[in-house]
Design a binder for this molecule. Structure first.
Ligand code: CA
Length: 376
């Protein structure tokens, strides 16, 4: 089975499209696509495979959960319904924060979750999602799929019997909701905030009391005053979760998540047990589903932000003081982790070199354009 990236994936896709077209005319390619005459027979005599997908996310977050549903739909469509993936939203099959554990144990063949929820298993898993002051969505995608990031992370996931794929990216996230305005890094001390991943560790270094809560638990915690602030994703999702009803100061940018990619984690054992054509179909379906997440966010966020502003939300930028203190804490956090672990060190060095070159290029061209256009 070839790796699901680079030219091999592209050539499969090209071949797949040719195969699909051939199927329509009755000349099915390599048995991957159904022959019209057999379409009425459910599964067409193919091997039946039923997988369970456990998501860390609820159905009420359609941009994220939708990529899991689309994956299942594409896999079923490409196998005449013989290979099915049953999607379970957060807490239906396993608790939201234990999706990786479920895939490790085999109680779900696929998980839809975020690598950085599991840095307790291996700190390097943060790079599968994002690290503070890290890559934008485009850069993250390029690093993972073209620059070697995927291979580096496969090494880490292999320790857990897991094969990872990107299931989409949210784009730059917002800095979250605060009951009271915060002007300087000093104002963060003692604040109780829901923020996962390395962002949480950086906030911890800045004196924040960090909490990790799943989507459905955040609003109640805010409501009863157990937390003073929370971050989630951005206007489209945040509006649905209703945080603005309690904490009306909406900060930006979400420097801890400038372009986080979420993950499909697949049991390597389950993947190895698939026929080769199902493996290729699964990977083609991932490739089809993943980009829809950012597309939906880019479509929905602008209007959602306007609605929130009409409801009285106060949009506030993080001050230079906070950004500088956070970047410094972030950089030393990454260095500290690297000092403890050789593999982490190798991944960080690769990642930093990519970021340096990528920022130099993006700042030269796209940023100049974006700045000019933004001035109106
Ligand atoms: Ca977030």
């Amino acid at each position: 089975m070839s790796e699901p990236r680079g030219d091999s994936r592209r050539s499969f896709l090209t071949g797949g499209l040719v195969g699909a077209a051939a199927g329509i005319t009755g000349a099915s390619a390599a048995g991957v696509f159904s022959r019209p005459g057999r379409a009425a027979v459910h599964g067409g005599g193919r091997k039946r495979v039923s997988w369970r997908l456990a998501s860390s996310f609820p159905k009420t977050l359609p941009a994220i959960y939708g990529t899991a549903e689309l994956l299942a739909e594409r896999v079923a469509a490409m196998t005449d319904g013989a290979f099915t993936i049953r999607c379970h939203q957060a807490n239906e099959l396993v608790p939201a924060g234990q999706v990786m554990d479920a895939v490790e144990k085999g109680s779900a063949e696929v998980g839809q979750t975020a690598g950085y929820y599991y840095t307790g298993k291996d700190p390097a898993l943060a790079f599968d999602t994002c690290v503070p002051f890290g890559l934008t969505a485009r850069q993250q995608d390029a690093w993972l799929e073209r620059a070697g990031g995927r291979e580096l992370l496969r090494e880490v996931y292999r320790d857990f019997g897991i094969r990872n794929y990107t299931c989409g990216n949210t784009g730059a996230q917002m800095g979250g909701w605060f009951r009271e305005p915060i002007a300087t890094a000093r104002d963060l001390k003692g604040l109780r905030m829901r923020i996962p991943g390395l962002g949480g560790k950086v906030m911890d270094r800045l004196g924040v009391s960090v909490q990790m809560l799943a989507a459905g638990d955040i609003y109640p915690a805010l409501e009863r005053g157990a937390i003073d602030a929370t971050e989630w994703v951005g206007p489209f999702d945040d509006e649905r979760l209703g945080f603005h009803e309690i904490a009306s100061n909406y900060y930006y940018p979400g420097w801890w998540e400038p372009g986080p990619s979420l993950s499909f984690m697949v049991s390597q054992r389950a993947f190895d047990a698939l026929p080769p054509d199902y493996q290729a179909i699964f990977e083609a379906a991932v490739t089809a589903a993943a980009p829809t997440m950012l597309q939906r966010y880019d479509r929905e966020n602008p209007a959602a932000l306007q609605r929130l502003l009409h409801k009285g939300v106060q949009l506030r930028p993080f001050s230079e003081d906070i950004l500088r203190a956070a970047r410094e804490a972030s950089s030393s956090l990454l260095d500290d982790e690297a000092a403890k672990d050789k593999r982490y060190r190798r991944i960080l060095a690769h990642w930093r070199a990519f970021q340096r070159d990528s920022v130099r290029w993006a700042s030269t061209n796209e940023l100049a354009y974006a700045n000019f256009i933004a001035r109106g």
